[in-house]
Design a protein around this ligand. Structure first.
Ligand SMILES: Cc1cc2nc3c(=O)[nH]c(=O)nc-3n(C[C@H](O)[C@H](O)[C@H](O)COP(=O)(O)O)c2cc1C
Length: 192
């Protein structure tokens, strides 16, 4: 975990299918986080991480990982101080790939703030976020109240598949970043 520089915020893209729109919202949020300037920012694409379905023989709390892909994923998550999970909503829930990524590890997630950028139809992905909160608290992550929920997401992308110029979303992003920074400021010294 970084201690001497600005805290590291990892933005995880939770959709992996071809034609997905998740990366557009991750890129927009990363730009907002850069503007906010309280965090170092890293975007993690679960499509590139490409974890198999959980294939470790031991419970992750033991950290007795036997596969290189899990050791690599452990090192990636360990270095973060806070997270933003960019989540689609599939059948009123979040993506299986995100659950798989969370389940692979245990201590690496703990005592770190987490926020959500969700997107979808009229529900704006909020049902996926409610489900995710139950999972992340089991991993001892600390979800912040503020969140970014984008309704009718498909209609909000430009011809170049970019998300931009949404003042409400920009404001919600800044409020969530303020809260992530506040909570990380309390958790990070304790973890150190
Ligand atoms: C399998 C599947 C289930 C979906 N279920 C929902 C849903 O429950 N609620 C919703 O708002 N949108 C739903 N959608 C529409 C998604 O919001 C939309 O396809 C979005 O682009 C998915 O994110 P992605 O492109 O990053 O994968 C669903 C899409 C798929 C492919």
């Amino acid at each position: 975990m970084s201690t001497t520089t600005r805290p590291l915020l990892q933005i995880h893209i939770g959709s992996t299918r071809p034609q997905r729109i998740g990366p557009a919202f991750a890129a927009w949020f990363a730009a907002m986080a850069d503007k906010h300037a309280m965090f170092e920012v890293e975007v993690i694409d679960l499509a590139e991480v490409d974890l198999p379905f959980l294939d470790e023989p031991h419970h992750p709390r033991l950290r007795r990982y036997v596969h290189q892909h899990t050791l690599d994923w452990s090192a990636t998550v360990e270095r973060a101080d806070a997270f933003v999970l960019v989540t689609p909503e599939y059948n009123y829930g979040y993506s299986a790939v995100m659950k798989n990524a969370l389940d692979h590890l245990c201590h690496e997630w703990a005592d770190k703030a987490v926020g959500f950028v969700s997107y979808g139809g009229i529900g704006a992905g909020t049902r996926a976020v409610q489900q995710l909160k139950q999972v992340v608290t089991t991993l001892r992550m600390v979800p912040v109240l503020e969140s970014v929920n984008i309704p009718f997401a498909m209609k909000k992308l430009t011809a170049e598949h970019k998300f931009a110029n949404d003042a409400d979303a920009d404001q919600a992003a800044m409020l969530m970043l303020d809260e992530l920074a506040r909570v990380t400021g309390k958790l990070r010294p304790a973890k150190r």
